[in-house]
Ligand binder design. Structure first.
Ligand SMILES: CC(=O)N[C@H]1[C@@H](OP(=O)(O)OP(=O)(O)OC[C@H]2O[C@@H](n3ccc(=O)[nH]c3=O)[C@H](O)[C@@H]2O)O[C@H](CO)[C@H](O)[C@@H]1O
Ligand SMILES: [Mn+2]
Length: 372
């Protein structure tokens, strides 16, 4: 009997041990299930490891080589430029030489596989500027990236033949110019760009850079300028009070900006952004120009005045410093301004060509007159 009791006790002990094991196992399963449901409860190390693995697998599939990039560490306590404003009050960077690393930007941009469109108008006599513009763009504009030059012209047969880099393309867009005055032709650009954004740009490019033709690139202009919406500081007015900007001041015009408003004075010769943003900008400016026309008023600096009004109320996400557009003629008349500039302008990336403004309205093609 005593032996029987001993056996029974041993069996009970064994059972309770089994139950304990079972319970422990159940608890463990429960917690591991919980952490599966709530991955945030995982340790950071394990999350990190997963991410690395995914990146490697993803890159393996895309056969992109993992390359090491060596560059100077950014120093939090050492500003890149102390002499100029490098960020606007709405936190858009102002692009100055010395504030960015081209290699990092190129590497990041290449991964996005994006295409840049450069729009330029060569209507009537302005065809004479096109060759130099394109040749210099081939040397300095977005080198190593995919570029489409969109040339708006009324004389496609005069577009020079150029050997361009691989991955780049010239597309000639024949447009009729129904205007005689250069001011109207300049303003007409807003309408044409907005129409072509809808027609084809949105299918062909990611970014648009819109520029005058009477200029030449003289230094690197790369992906550092690209952003959803960008404008360029006019070299003649940077550093002035807003009251001295040549904004349109007549309230009758759609471009009107009162004396107590304004951030910067932007130049009409270089702006851009993503296709949807450039579409919105050019459409709004064109519509404002049409309203002015109906009211028999022309803004003081034409499309540039409307551009300034637009960028005041639709803040650009990047602002290009005057390094991106240099106009020596203007500097010749502004000695104080030149003094400021000679210290802060480290590079002159695009130079406006000299032309005789009095001849603008009546120069005939082939008349042999030199514009610059
Ligand atoms: C450097 C600069 O400050 N540029 C701006 C400035 O005058 P600009 O004196 O630079 O204007 P502009 O004569 O260069 O005209 C603007 C652009 O329109 C095109 N065009 C013009 C006339 C013509 O007969 N054929 C032709 O193709 C061409 O691409 C030219 O570059 O003010 C203009 C409006 O007043 C524009 O806002 C310009 O962007
Ligand atoms: Mn111009």
């Amino acid at each position: 009997m005593a032996q029987l009791l001993q056996i029974l006790a041993a069996t009970q002990k064994c059972c309770s041990l089994r139950v304990t094991f079972l319970l422990i196992a159940l608890i463990m399963i429960f917690f591991s299930y919980k952490s599966y449901l709530y991955p945030r409860s995982q340790k950071p190390e394990s999350t990190q490891a997963d991410v690395n693995l995914t990146v490697r697998e993803h890159r393996g599939l895309q056969s992109v080589k993992l390359s090491r990039m060596l560059y100077r560490q950014p120093q939090v306590l050492t500003p890149a430029r102390k002499d100029v404003l490098v960020v606007t009050p709405w936190l858009a960077p102002i692009i100055w030489e010395g504030t960015f690393n081209t290699d990092i930007l190129n590497e990041q941009f290449s991964l996005r596989n994006a295409t840049i469109g450069l729009t330029v108008f060569s209507i009537k006599t302005y065809m004479i500027f096109l060759k130099q513009f394109l040749q210099s763009a081939e040397m300095y504009f977005m080198v190593g990236h995919r570029v489409i030059y969109y040339i708006f012209t009324d004389k496609p047969e005069y577009v020079p033949y150029l050997n361009i880099q691989k991955g780049r393309q010239i597309i000639i867009l024949e447009v009729e110019s129904y205007y005689d005055h250069w001011q109207d032709i300049s303003m007409q650009r807003m309408e044409m760009i907005s129409n072509f954004c809808q027609e084809r740009f949105h299918q062909e490019v990611d970014y648009l850079v819109c520029s005058d033709v009477d200029m030449r690139f003289s230094d690197h202009v790369g992906v550092e300028i690209l952003s959803s919406l960008f404008g360029t500081l006019h070299p003649g007015y940077y550093g002035l009070n807003r009251t001295d900007f040549p904004y349109e001041r007549r309230p009758q015009s759609q471009a009107h900006i009162p004396k107590d408003e304004g951030d910067f004075y932007y130049i009409g010769a270089l702006f851009g952004g993503s296709v949807p943003e450039v579409y919105k900008l050019t459409k709004a400016c064109h519509e404002a120009i049409m309203v002015d026309q109906a009211n028999h008023i022309e803004a003081i600096w034409h499309d540039e005045s409307h551009l300034n009004k637009y960028l005041l109320y639709h803040k650009p996400s990047k602002v290009l410093s005057p390094e991106y557009l240099w106009q020596q003629q203007q500097m010749d008349h502004m000695h104080d301004q030149e003094m400021i500039f000679s210290k802060i302008i480290r590079r002159k990336k695009l130079k406006v060509l000299k032309k005789n403004y009095q001849l603008k309205n009546w120069i005939e093609e082939g008349s042999g007159l030199r514009l610059f």
